[in-house]
Write a protein that binds this ligand. Sequence first.
Ligand code: NAD
Length: 449
Amino acid sequence: MTLTVLNPATEEPLAELEQADVEQTDAAVERARTAFPAWRDVAPADRARLLRRLATLVEEHAEELARIESQNVGKPIAGARGEVGMVAQVFHFYAGAVDKHHGETIPVAGGVDMTFREPLGVVGLIVPWNFPLNIASWKLGPALACGNTVVLKPAELTPLSALRLGELVLEAGIPEGVVNVLVGPGAVVGRRLVEHPHVAKIGFTGSTEVGRRVMEGAAGTIKRVTLELGGKSANVVFADADLGRAAAAAPYAVFDNAGQDCCARSRILVERSVYDEFLGYLVEATRRVRVGDPADEATEMGPLISAAHRETVASFVEGEPHFRGDVPSGAGFWYPATLVEATNDDRVAREEVFGPVAAVIPFEDEADAVRIANDTPYGLSGSIWTRDGARALRVARALDTGVLSINSNSSVRVTTPFGGFKQSGFGRELGMHALSAYSEVKNVFYSTD
Ligand code: NAD
């Protein structure tokens, strides 16, 4: 089964790869299983040193990794560099966390009670195509820090950066078998990892639809799962906000990575009294988004990942949108930055488009804003723009979402927990929180009688 990997900006092939089948998946799990006892028993300071070495190698190969990611995903090179920078920071952070994630002693009668944080064993990491290296690192960092061994399955469309990272893992001195990168179809390799009796946990990032299947498949072996799934996040703009600043930032909260971002604030909720004024600013800001060759340093938005995905994205825009930007002509899976005026009941406001299409929706007052923002099966991220501090915190507490920012659209930081409410999944990545998802608490009572 050969896989042709494309550059979505040129539609030209970047690589031909052999895909793994069920037998090869089983062999990779066995390698990880064999490597587990020795890796679990590596002294914490040595495991930290190996992770730090990996972080340094990522820094030394940053330009190469950014170019691979930019070419394979079609993401602008400047953004790809930022993502690779985060990958290095993630490994540095979890190198530092190895000896800071530990058990406790609990007062009990008749002895000493203590807890240990034990690794799970072999963990399967399944990642999507939109932020391939970044999301792989969010899982690899805590998994390795806790002493697990890993089978990592990148998405079929974008496996190249994970394969290169696998080589750097070995170069860092992390023993053979600790990290196994397997390229192959989700329905074959992914599914086998989910059902495999010797895989203790699945760390999954992808669509809510496949996440549901992962949960079902994991039930057979009561496998641990963490699910980072889709989103339909709200960018809530109150009349008392700095409208110019909110409007200038809003396009990047939807059109970054060509809208192929689980955190995309793809529902822009605007208080009716400033709706027309804000929409005017928003159109101007969207017009300024620079779309083009991902290799160009100035480019802010590249193409979509595939022709099939472009068709799906296009199906969300019915009739003439409020605004549609320009795209390059010729090869490449381009789709323009698009603003659609909508109600929260329209399909464009209910489903994850995963493309550069924003639904702009008016609201009446604070209660209405909260009602609309929460009226979705998802709950991943979101923003609140207001100059009223009390309102900002009131609304932040009222929104059913895992990650929020006030007067900002930032979602992801190395040191802070990231993850969803509702059908955006469960479990947290990044920060110290992620370590709980890759370890099991063991309680031991030692009698002193
Ligand atoms: P996807 O669900 O189609 O695929 C994700 C991964 O799952 C891929 O590696 C795929 O091969 C694998 N897979 C497919 N079928 C499988 C099966 N039956 N069993 C096991 N694995 C299987 O998602 P995608 O299209 O690659 O990525 C886009 C989706 O990911 C969007 O919904 C987006 O919101 C979501 N996403 C979420 C986050 C987050 O952190 N919450 C981050 C990025 C992307």
